[in-house]
Design a protein around this ligand. Sequence first.
Ligand code: HAM
Length: 426
Amino acid sequence: MSIQIPRGTQDILPGEVEIWQYIEATAKEVCRQYNYHEIRTPIFEHTDLFQRGVGDTTDIVQKEMYTFEDRGGRSITLRPEGTAAVVRSYVEKKLYGQANQPTKLFYQGPMFRYERPQAGRMRQFVQFGVEALGSADPAIDAEVLALVMSIYAKLGLKNVKLVINSLGDQESRQAHRQALVDHFKPSIAEFCSDCQERLEKNPLRILDCKKDREHPLMGTAPSILDYLNEESQSYFTQVKAYLDALDIPYVVDPTLVRGLDYYYHTAFEVMIDGEGFGAITTICGGGRYTGLVEDIGGPSTPGIGFAFSIERVIMALKAQEVPLPVSTELDCYLISLGEKAKAKTVELLYQLRAAGISSDKDYLDKKMKAQLKAADRLNARYTAILGDDELEKGLIVVKQMESGEQEEVELESFIQYMKQHTQGGN
Ligand code: HAM
């Protein structure tokens, strides 16, 4: 019996992988413009990190982590998200001690969550994310939001809606928490067992419950915005003012709470507005976190960031029929006719490649016509045809595929000729 790919994972094959590379390159280019630098952390970490970082009462920690014991008896978890790992590295490598602050990082890589797979929800998915650590200036919140919106604009994504909320500081959240307990407690028996547990541990999570979404008390739950103290209110006002100044449209949704525990003040999601995108409309999530660095053992440091999965961006781009790069082209395809010529093309191919020219040849002893077809299929800009006769005369026939123009070129100057034509802008 053949072995199949695990549920919720996918192979990204040539033809599709170019789209991934293009999105990753676009996101990296925007990060470069914003002075964010790449960090790479391990794919697995100690389980403790996510329990402390993401939060014990979240769905991610309670139900979705890929956790196992390694051969040394340690509890290890495949990372379900990037923020906790970046913060772990920030603390461990003392990045807070570096001269340039805030520390601005981006990352990209596979994340793992044991979720029920559906379109746009995978068990292994690739997140692109950024974290800015070390500044509590609301202008950084606006910068991070501007960064993600610039990536989407550059990709040509339409109907992108930025939804923001404030979860307030410790004091505001405490007041809101009490209001939530008072609101839900009398009827908590009507809620699922998870929510009953959440009531005491973390009532904010009730608002995020997928099972009880339709319960009438959800719609009337106290809004965090009514419990923000003066400082939190002022912070939120400043973030909004910066967004207005940058002409970045947003809507405020007081019910946006996010599925991770570390957020304070600004929380946000980017959604795709409009028909035809299926059940999942959130393509990006993020926000500000205040206690996370301390929880992970570092000095008290504010941070803010976001992450989106490449899978969801591709889904959105495809649903909107945004033109995407599908295939790469080849500079030159070598075609040979005759045994001696065939041997010579091996050498020529090596020289072409060494000169920086992407090139290939036939390895299946195909007839001339089939070789020409292969050149076509590979989108070759040039084909170079070498027969035993030409070889004897020291010549090679070079054809520009688009115009059909053909030229005999001296074998000796062939590599130089190809260099000029493929790299010299001709
Ligand atoms: P999150 O909301 O859990 O936040 O995930 C962020 C994004 O990752 C989602 O909006 C979605 O695009 C993508 N995503 C999540 N789960 C899946 C899945 N199963 N399949 C496909 N895509 C998925 C975080 O992970 C935070 N670390 C974001 C952050 C960074 N906050 C501050 N800094």
